[in-house]
Design a protein around this ligand. Structure first.
Ligand code: ZN
Length: 276
């Protein structure tokens, strides 16, 4: 980072404006979690291979609920064995430092930010969380942890009767579903913080975008809202992407090419003036 860029973010840190961090798959990739939008998300049922965009739909859940649950329980296993990296930890320290000025908006469903120590009220999991479930009939808006009796699956294992018994809505007994925003569903406020994300974006003085290329709708709207309100956008990514272009075209914004596990601790140091 150049000197004037460092001074710029330090001035924002010394002010009263909101500091918002938007994260995507890149930060989790450094903990060994593959992007399930790619080949890692392909799923074989019988002789047919499904793409993630076909599996992760409510339509598929209605047709083959056991298979969709198996796929998510496999992902839950992958996410459960991963551990937060130094990028996640830097964001925990950032939240401690800035308190209510800090919001973390994450597209990741792996729960790593919460496990690292970020607080639930300030962490907007806008695509859900793979360790949680809710009623498939929406009898209640309540979200429940997946019961411990339901174990992660490898690709060959089938759902057991015990799994089926526990993957039920505790309120009405209907089948539960993964607490995940599926490809054929829309954002809403209650489950995915749609309006609160946009509201935070409007008040954001500094938006740090980490490891995401802007493929999904709400992150794009958040970034554009900050841009429109003349907030400073800093993009952290291992390669150029639509957000790095947006950052560079925003007033005083810039992009940092590098891995989030090294860039975020360095950025934290600059933002907090070494007083941690
Ligand atoms: Zn229910």
């Amino acid at each position: 980072m150049r000197k004037e860029q460092q001074r710029l973010v330090q001035d924002i840190a010394a002010g009263a404006g909101k500091i918002t961090v938007l994260t995507g798959a890149g930060i989790s990739a450094e903990s060994g979690i593959p992007t399930f939008r790619g080949p890692e998300g392909y799923w074989t049922v019988g002789s047919k291979v499904y793409q993630p965009q076909e599996m992760a739909t409510f339509h598929m859940f209605c047709q083959m609920p056991d298979e969709v649950w198996k796929w998510y329980l496999y992902r839950m296993g992958v996410c459960g064995t991963a551990t937060p990296n130094s990028g996640h930890l830097a964001l925990v320290a950032m939240e401690h430092f800035f308190g209510d000025r800090f919001t973390l908006i994450t597209q990741n469903v792996d729960g790593l930010h919460l496990r690292a120590g970020n607080s639930l009220p300030r962490t907007y999991q806008i695509h859900g969380n793979v360790f949680h479930m809710r009623c498939s009939l929406e009898c209640t808006e309540q979200v429940y942890p997946i019961p411990e009796a339901v174990l992660p699956k490898n690709k060959e294992e089938s759902l057991t009767d015990t799994d089926r018994e526990h993957l039920r809505c505790p309120n009405c007994g209907a089948r539960s579903r993964p607490h995940i925003l599926l490809f054929d569903e829309s954002y809403n406020e209650h489950h995915y913080h749609f309006y609160s994300s946009l509201s935070v974006a409007r008040q954001t003085a500094l938006l740090i975008i980490v490891g995401t290329a802007g493929a999904t709708n709400l992150p794009n709207q958040v970034a554009r809202e900050v841009y429109r309100n003349n907030g400073v956008i800093v993009d952290v990514n291992i390669e150029a992407n639509t957000f790095s272009q947006l950052a560079q075209s925003s007033q005083h914004g810039f992009s940092i090419t590098g891995s989030s596990s090294t860039v975020l601790p360095a950025l934290l140091e600059i933002l907090t003036g070494g007083t941690l």
